[in-house]
Design a protein around this ligand. Structure first.
Ligand SMILES: Nc1ncnc2c1ncn2[C@@H]1O[C@H](COP(=O)(O)OP(=O)(O)O)[C@@H](O)[C@H]1O
Ligand SMILES: [Mg+2]
Length: 228
């Protein structure tokens, strides 16, 4: 098993069968020891965070596969905190696709002149570049096309998939009395078929979820959604 990438919260290995293995770590993003799903640095280590993130990821990817939404998911081993996935190539050096239902996080910081905190946003999608040094700058459809990162056709596929997937996650949470405020996805092209697929993870580390106006931390989210 060859280690090909050491990420902030996961390591990526190539398996003998050509698939990738994602190993979920207990490291979570944040700053100064405080968890923040929008942060670009590892802020702290929480025991059990890796397995909890994987359990939620497994749960959501299985829901998506049932609905025939194209994803990289193959299977997961919770004990080992690993997930087997189909290899994908990312757009440029990687994009983050955010789906927003309420104004919080970087959206509120950027547009605070025009929105109030928590204002409803109706599955608003925006894309940022994965570029830690430049703090993940937002990028427009035209700029993505001009810089040959994503064609306009691909942009519209991403937009449709993002809203669909965001709404599925939102309704799964809503079944448990939890409200999704925003969520971050990653997409890539399936190395074999070229199809645009959802990659990476769907866990508490990539979303902001609230219950009665109270923010729910990733470990608690996993317990509330999946039970003990
Ligand atoms: N199916 C896949 N094919 C290729 N790369 C993937 C796939 N799924 C996830 N990745 C990449 O693997 C890395 C996972 O590790 P992570 O710690 O989340 O990294 P990062 O620090 O870049 O967020 C991410 O860079 C993500 O883009
Ligand atoms: Mg990541």
């Amino acid at each position: 098993m060859e280690l090909i990438y050491t990420g902030k919260t996961k390591n990526v290995y190539v398996l003998d069968d050509g698939n990738y293995l994602l190993k979920f770590k207990d490291d979570v993003t944040g700053e100064d020891g405080k968890f923040d799903p929008g942060a670009n640095t590892v802020g702290l280590t929480i025991e059990g965070a890796g397995k909890a993130g994987l359990r939620l990821t497994k749960f959501f990817f299985e829901r998506l596969n049932e609905k025939d939404i194209p994803t990289h998911y193959v299977d997961a081993n919770i004990e080992k905190a690993t997930m087997k996935v189909k290899p994908a190539t990312v757009f440029g050096e990687g994009l983050e696709v955010i789906c927003r239902y309420r104004a919080v996080g970087s959206f509120l910081r950027r547009y605070g002149k025009y929105v109030v905190e928590g204002q409803p946003l109706d599955a608003f999608m925006e894309i940022t570049l994965k570029d830690d040094i430049r703090q993940d700058p937002p990028i427009s459809e035209d700029a993505l096309d001009m810089l040959r990162i994503l064609s306009k056709e691909e942009y519209s596929v991403l937009k449709e998939l993002t809203k669909k997937i965001g709404n599925i996650v939102k309704s799964e949470l809503s079944n448990k009395g939890i409200e999704l405020y925003d969520i971050k996805f990653e997409f890539g092209r399936d190395k074999k078929t070229g199809e645009i697929i959802l990659i990476d993870e769907i866990s508490g580390g990539n979303m902001r979820a609230y219950s009665d106006g109270r923010y729910i931390e990733p470990l608690e989210l996993e317990r509330l959604v999946l039970g003990e």
